[in-house]
Design a protein around this ligand. Structure first.
Ligand code: XMP
Length: 493
């Protein structure tokens, strides 16, 4: 019972990314052949095991759309109200939808003049529109090609005078292949989708089909829509049900300390009220994993590793990430629950080390915050370009959302915030696609060195060696002055 205090100092060791390296092994695997497919939660697969962080300087609908198109998953942040969240989820889910649903289709009504239809189409950025009467029946289809010459002969004529009235339509169950063939055969760009009574229910466009083909590896749901994740607070049942109804694929219970028993109760309640998968985090120990595996569809790991996190220095608590991931993965893997390693990943090598330690996927914030698709604008300081990046526990982020991620009430006075994160700038990086390409390519290289073709094979085959400080310095560029920036490496500060 009364252990001497000094026994507390017989402490276990905990390691992080720089403490370990993957031991090279016999291999016949070329990196390009390494298959990165994995799971982020029990029912959601991805082509690349990479997620973007639920942070207000990282993931909104543009970045989430790009993540899913390139095979990963974006997790929308929760510093927005529920309506904005629903709108963001809808934007992602509809981005590459085969059939544009009725409410989003730009239509012309038969009494509209040719001039008015032209102006409307320009304003809405579409090249054509079904002409529909008040009952929703499709009378024809008008395109800018029909309109342009007609503007000369009668711009005030009704749109029915210029439209094509022999409309090719498609049934509601049409698939991408048949829609393509139909449009190709008739040399048309768009096909109204109608129900049995010829009422308009949606529209398929050639542009939409070609766009979908471009993203072969996209993470899609059973209906072919892009996957979308969203963060919800542990006590935000309304937000959770709204996200679920809007079609989110995975809800991420977003908390800095999910081994808080009230948080677990809240998370369990949310899990019982939604259809989407529910990932719970963050945690960093075996015991926390044991409390979550009974109901969570995934567990997210990370207590203080993040680049903008100050949790460990502010609270004195935390867990070096490689050890945290391995402990959680011991318990989670026995229960077939996927694990996500969240935070602290600076290089592709860190990401694949996290997988070797037992994670099924990784989540990154700073890595993506500098991309075009992340929110915020590019600023120039001392001739270099940056974008804003801030912790969700920083004063600025807590002021525009709330502090419950850190289990704190919002104070009356700004000075009373006790932040666990900082507000910063991160180098501007260009497109998300090129960042993801480097990250995924580096992870495949790691699989090649270990001789594993798939993620499950890699997880069981990978072994670590411990690295000394000298070994670590040896691994970085050293004794040289870098003359050209590499796309996947900048020296540590
Ligand atoms: P990286 O290293 O990828 O980390 O930038 C992103 C992850 O950091 C967590 N996060 C925070 N942790 N204080 C913290 O202690 C914060 O203000 C904060 N904001 C984000 C979060 O898990 C994210 O995915």
């Amino acid at each position: 019972e009364n252990e001497p205090y000094s026994s507390k100092l017989r402490v276990p060791e905990a390691l992080t990314f720089d403490d370990v390296l993957l031991r090279p092994k016999e291999s016949r695997v070329e990196p390009d052949e390494a298959d990165l497919r994995s799971r982020v939660s029990k029912n959601v697969e991805v082509s690349v095991p990479i997620l973007s962080a639920a942070m207000d300087t990282v993931t909104e609908s543009d970045l989430a759309t790009a993540m899913a198109r390139h095979g990963g998953l974006g997790v929308l942040h929760r510093n927005m109200n529920i309506d904005q969240m629903v709108e963001s989820i809808t934007q992602v889910k509809r981005a590459d939808e085969l059939i544009i649903p009725f409410e989003d289709v730009v239509t012309a009504d038969p009494e509209m003049s040719v001039r008015a239809a032209d102006e409307m189409m320009v304003r809405k950025g579409v090249g054509g529109a079904p002409v529909v009467n008040t009952n929703g029946e499709v009378l024809g289809i008008i395109s800018s090609t029909d309109i342009r010459p007609h503007l000369e002969v009668g711009e005030n004529d009704p749109v029915t005078a210029a439209m094509t009235d022999e409309v090719i339509t498609a049934p509601q169950d049409i698939d991408a292949r048949d829609a393509f063939d139909l449009m190709y055969e008739h040399k048309i760009e768009r096909v109204p989708v109608v129900d049995d009574e010829n009422l308009l229910v949606g529209l398929v466009t050639m542009q939409g089909i070609l766009q979908r083909r471009e993203y072969k590896e996209a993470a899609r749901d059973e209906d072919g829509r892009l996957r979308c994740g969203v963060a919800v607070g542990p006590f935000e049942t309304d937000r959770a049900t709204a996200a679920d109804e809007a079609g989110a694929d995975v809800l991420f219970i977003d908390c800095a300390h999910a081994h808080n028993l009230n948080v677990i109760d809240g998370a369990r309640e949310i899990k019982e009220s939604v259809d989407a998968d529910v990932v719970v985090g963050n945690v960093g120990t075996r015991e926390a994993a044991e409390d979550l595996v009974g109901f969570a569809d995934g567990i997210k790991v990370g207590i203080g590793p993040g680049s903008i996190c100050t949790t460990r220095v502010v609270s004195g608590a935390g867990m070096p990430q490689i050890t945290a991931v391995s402990q959680v993965a011991d318990v989670a893997s026995e229960n077939d629950v996927p694990v996500i390693a969240d935070g602290g990943i600076r290089y592709s090598g860190d990401a694949i080390k996290a997988i070797a330690a037992g994670a099924d996927a990784v989540m990154l914030g700073s890595y993506f915050a500098g991309t075009d698709e992340a929110p915020g604008r590019v600023v120039t300081m001392n001739g270099k370009r940056y974008k804003q990046y801030r912790g969700m526990g920083s004063v600025g982020a807590m002021k525009s959302g709330d502090g419950d991620r850190y289990l704190k009430d919002d104070p009356e006075d700004d000075e009373e915030y006790v932040p666990e994160g900082v507000e910063a700038a991160t180098p501007y990086k260009g497109t998300l696609e090129s960042e993801l390409h480097q990250l995924a390519g580096g992870m495949q290289s790691g699989m090649g060195y270990v001789g594993a073709e798939t993620i499950p094979e890699f997880k069981s085959r990978a072994e670590f060696v411990r690295v000394s400080a000298a070994g670590q310095a040896e691994g970085h560029a050293h004794d040289v002055v870098i003359t050209d920036e590499a796309p996947n490496y900048s020296p540590q500060e």
